[in-house]
Design a protein around this ligand. Structure first.
Ligand SMILES: [Ca+2]
Ligand SMILES: [Ca+2]
Ligand SMILES: [Ca+2]
Ligand SMILES: [Ca+2]
Length: 395
């Protein structure tokens, strides 16, 4: 294997945050179709050529769909991350153009947050009593005057992407995909959820919550490495990208620009229904793009190498603001769900009505963390709050 010192320098540059000079690659490196735009049409040729960890024997033969943007002498997951970060960029190779690789920005990753979605009692087909469904979220601090877009998950041989659940994971037979594919939320047909309710608890990785509303856009595509029997490894709770030199689940083409990829608070990356036992842990890396407010291009790449997660990251998600109508005294992590409604409108339906009075009466005698019902703010719910509520109704 021949590794040019220039390429090594480029590699060090791309995955560090302190370099000053922007690096470029020929258009032909990213625009495999030579149509002047880096897009979906370039992606498949790339995937065909870019496998993980394979040496590039003749770097001089870089051409459409085959190059080594991170300059480490192999085709690897970092190259695909760099390719993905160039999506929707224009570049005219016929004119000898070059693409400028994005600067890397310091990570604002705050850590993982794991939510217990449901402790199962055996009511769902195929999910035994005692199984637990968790959702794994990435928590990022916002970047001032810019939006963060999730590109996806990755790991390499040094910092593998893996999961470890000795009790095994539940994956529904109706979850889509095949035995070589990694279970992903995108593959689950939501039309089936009403027929097979257990499908909602099927385990998967994802680049964003594919079941949340995204009215103006379709569902964004992502790409993952296919590997024979990968699904069974995932299902057995012992899946890792380490032996393969690396793996990733990255948004394909313009999908990085999808509104669902905007990182705003907690960002869903996976759901795992652990069949038995308490143990559940693993590690994943993340890749994101930064888009400054008012600009229509990504200007920076954020790369988070593998960070371990475990049940230590378990939090109760909810609203932690006492002033909010949906204040949750049990919450340990504020997920930005706080709702603020008119005084006295406890159920937040826009009307101050009997239903609210009943809720207030239900909290009568509360002496701590009483939320909206403590209308006069004296720390407890008593007769004075009912009088205050009646005053609101009577205007
Ligand atoms: Ca193209
Ligand atoms: Ca490479
Ligand atoms: Ca109401
Ligand atoms: Ca009170």
């Amino acid at each position: 294997m021949r590794i040019s010192p220039l390429f090594v320098a480029l590699c060090v540059y791309v995955f560090s945050t302190s370099s000053a000079e922007a690096q470029t690659v020929p258009c032909s490196c990213m625009d495999g179709s030579s149509d002047g735009l880096v897009s979906n049409t370039d992606f498949l040729p790339f995937v065909m050529n870019w496998t993980w960890g394979d040496s590039i024997l003749v770097p001089e033969e870089m051409g459409p769909g085959l190059c080594d943007p991170d300059g480490d002498g192999t085709s690897n997951v970092h190259d695909i991350i760099l390719f993905t970060s160039q999506q929707q960029q224009y570049c005219d190779g016929a004119l000898g153009g070059v693409l400028t690789l994005l600067d890397t920005v310091e990570s604002t990753f705050q850590g993982w947050v794991l939510e217990l979605v449901l402790a199962h009692d055996g009511m769902y087909t195929g999910i035994p009593d005692g199984a637990k469904t968790y959702r794994l979220y990435a928590d990022f601090e916002a970047i001032p005057d810019a939006d963060l877009y999730m590109m996806g998950l990755w790991g390499d041989a040094d910092s593998p992407w893996y999961l470890d659940a000795p009790g095994g994971l539940y994956v529904s037979a109706f979850a889509g995909g095949d035995e070589s594919s990694l279970p992903k939320q995108y593959d689950i047909n939501t039309m089936f959820l009403s027929i097979f309710p257990e499908l909602e608890y099927s385990s998967f990785w994802t680049t964003a919550d594919m079941w949340s509303d995204s009215p103006e856009f379709g569902t964004p595509y992502s790409f993952e490495r296919m590997e024979e029997g990968q699904r069974w490894a995932f299902q057995s709770g012992a899946w890792s990208s380490e032996d393969d030199g690396g793996s990733c689940m990255l948004s394909v083409g313009g999908s990085v620009w999808h509104d669902r990829m905007v990182v705003n608070g907690l960002h869903l990356v996976g759901q795992f229904t652990v069949l038995e036992g308490e143990a559940f842990s693993g590690q994943a890396g993340l890749a994101l793009c930064v888009r400054p407010e008012g600009e229509n291009v990504f200007t920076q790449l954020m790369v988070v190498p593998g960070v371990p997660y475990s049940l230590m990251d378990l939090e109760v998600l909810g609203c932690m603001d006492l002033e909010a109508s949906n204040y949750d005294a049990l919450a340990s992590f504020d997920n930005g769900s706080c709702e603020y409604c008119a005084v006295g409108d406890g159920d937040c339906d826009g009307l101050v009505a009997v239903a609210d009075l009943l809720e207030l009466l239900g909290m009568f005698g509360c002496t701590m963390n009483c939320g909206w019902a403590d209308l006069d703010g004296d720390g407890s719910v008593g007769a004075s709050d009912i009088i205050a509520w009646l005053a609101v109704v009577q205007g």
